[in-house]
Design a protein around this ligand. Sequence first.
Ligand code: LLP
Length: 433
Amino acid sequence: MDFVCPSLSVNEQGNLSLGGADVPALARRYGTPVYLVDEDAVRKACRDYVDTMQEAYRGEYLICYASKALSFKTIYDLMRSERMGADVVSGGELYTALAGGMPADRIYFHGNNKQDEELRYALKSGVRRFVVDNREELYHLDAMAAEMGSTAEISFRIKPGVDAHTHEFIQTGKIDSKFGLALETGEAFDVIAEAAALPNIAVKGVHCHIGSQIFDAEPFQVTVRIMMELIKRVHVELGLLIVELNLGGGFGIRYIPSHDPRSVPDIVRATAQAVTQAAEALALPLPYLVLEPGRSIVGPAGITVYTVGSVKAIPGVRTYVSVDGGMTDNPRYALYGAAYEAVLPERPLAERTECVTIAGRCCESGDLVARDIDLPACEAGDLLAILATGAYNYSMASNYNRVPRPPVVLVSGETSRLAVRRETYEDLISCDL
Ligand code: LLP
């Protein structure tokens, strides 16, 4: 059986297995709903990036894990041990990364509206890079660094005019986005020029992030040329050598069988080659190359296991299978109409005879996890797993309806351990006065 998550198989008992661990046994041990993450698969994904860069790129590089995909203390220790850095986008992610043992000099600090308090905290912590989004932030940061007697090393978030938010990508004259500085209006160049003159700012890099769920290398290759041309122009016209190129994340994964992304090594190799070629063509030194994958590191490694509570067949309309979680642990259908594959962990190979909609437990009709998907007949008490939930599920979970967030369990081979415990009712009122 070809599941969308490479970690999944069917074991001798005929049960779903994640890594080497029996999923029904994990559900009994930790309860449901539960997020299960195959740690070995996460490590392999990191190595796919790091090893490919090592082999395909002659310059220096850093792969920064995009924390927003899945953030808790242990994940940073794992990333550090796999030679990764981290991208953080808030004081909270920075705090978690530092608490989890990620060295500050491997942390990139993002955000389109960083708060003064966060900038100060990041300066004090000695993060490697501030990815500056706008002019106001630049001047705030310069003033704050002056106050603290330090220099902020920055990169600029640029809108390169490549939009790859679908499987197709478009090059447009102008992108409507709240992030970064526009290239085509001259804004990016002007702000870089201003920054070059600021006493407490050191311009090190340019950054861009062209979209999510990108299945091919071409959008990255096109982006590389645009960004390298910007680096060239800054060098020629301002005499400033930008030494770092950060291409963000966006590498796609398989959520459903019809998704067919090119492999990570393929895309990384093609991107590294594009950088090398552009550097040669433009007579620039190889930049320090940074990638920021999130989804492709943790997404396919995770599944969510629920217990079915009821099956409601509405003749001629739809069959609702209600589970003990929903939009509180996975808001992606509600937000994006995201597609997922489901499996019954105790009968993973049973014939999929029914068309069902998986509903959550919130007081909200839009609280669905997957709509009109094929599944074997199931009933109350059955386990149900949603696949490829490692990214943007736990990190986007909420306590709507005061539903406690599920635990995150790291699985390695046959062993497992809690990385995040289940929230309690006491946790839910812990900030209430
Ligand atoms: N770097 C930057 C600056 C980003 O904005 C993002 C994602 C990444 C890296 C990581 O991208 P990835 O490799 O994970 O695609 N909540 C949405 C995804 C939002 C991603 C926003 N930025 C979802 O659930 O699909």
